[in-house]
Design a protein around this ligand. Structure first.
Ligand code: PBE
Length: 268
């Protein structure tokens, strides 16, 4: 059904992800800002959103999803962000590494490695695309670590080994964070001897876990905008080790074959 308004074509649905994601909150803001009161934001997950996109794309059907960069979907499909003249999605931001208070004393070499950890969107894309092509996340991460020994060397330079000490790294099952968290696990285990448990949770519990001390670290904090509420809520109860990746983007994403360019085009 390629006729009628964009809304009619997609049943006034925007395909979202997990309800705790900052992206969902920003999208609700966008729906307010652009007066899209007839529209519905569908909750799901990164995987469910990607599956819906894949299905629509194969049929050249119209679809609107919540999206972000870095994400493998931009390599697999021809997609575009809808322009956001009202700035509902904020400016470019960074992905930060956050650790619990006290980690510095309890696990100094892990703390130092996490503090040193930084890579690029292109690095992350290698791991994400391997996972999308069917590699297990731990295998894709191990391969990246092996192929990028010089970068990894710099993160662990002069740090002592901590044989068998246990660490819990929290994350949400977003493609970008599956990649980064697995890489950090590989390095902490393979290079520094820690035993790392990856704890998959929702965004709220990820922040709460660090603040409460049940998780030691996470590399999945999108700041300053996307996780602003969580950041403010737990201020003082965590340590922000700064950016591990810069140059992210969030917004509404559609296949290039769709004949719209701006979020404003959804209003009618
Ligand atoms: N994301 C991916 C997250 C941060 C990482 C953009 C889906 C969010 O919206 O909270």
């Amino acid at each position: 059904n390629a006729s009628g308004s964009v809304g009619d074509q997609v049943d006034y649905e925007i395909i979202g992800i997990d309800p705790g994601a900052g992206l969902m909150k920003q999208t609700k803001q966008a729906m307010d800002d652009y007066e899209l009161s007839d529209w519905k934001l569908v909750e799901g997950s990164d995987a469910a959103m990607a599956a819906a996109l894949d299905k629509a794309y194969k049929n050249e059907d119209p679809i609107i999803v919540t999206g972000w960069t870095p994400h493998w979907m931009f390599a697999k499909y021809k997609l575009k962000y809808l322009e956001d003249p009202k700035g509902s999605y904020g400016k470019d931001e960074e992905i930060h590494t956050i650790v619990r208070n006290g980690l510095k004393d309890d696990a100094p070499s892990a703390y130092a490695m996490l503090d040193n950890f930084e890579w690029t969107a292109d690095d992350m894309a290698v791991v994400m695309s391997a996972v999308e092509d069917g590699s297990k996340p731990e295998d894709a991460a191990a391969k990246w670590v092996e192929d990028n020994a010089d970068k990894v060397d710099a993160w662990v330079k002069d740090l002592p080994k901590e044989e068998g000490k246990e660490l819990t790294v929290a994350y949400v099952a977003w493609a970008s964070e599956i990649a980064s968290t697995n890489v950090v696990k590989q390095v902490l285990e393979g290079r520094l001897g820690y035993k790392v448990e990856m704890l998959q949770v929702e965004a709220g519990p990820m922040w709460a876990g660090i603040a409460g001390g049940s998780a030691d670290a996470m590399v999945a904090a999108w700041l300053p905008t996307t996780h602003q509420d969580y950041f403010n809520e737990y201020q003082g109860k965590f340590e922000d080790l700064g950016a591990n990746l810069i140059g992210t983007k969030l917004g509404l994403v559609v296949p290039e074959y769709m004949d719209i360019t701006s979020i404003e085009d959804l209003k009618n």
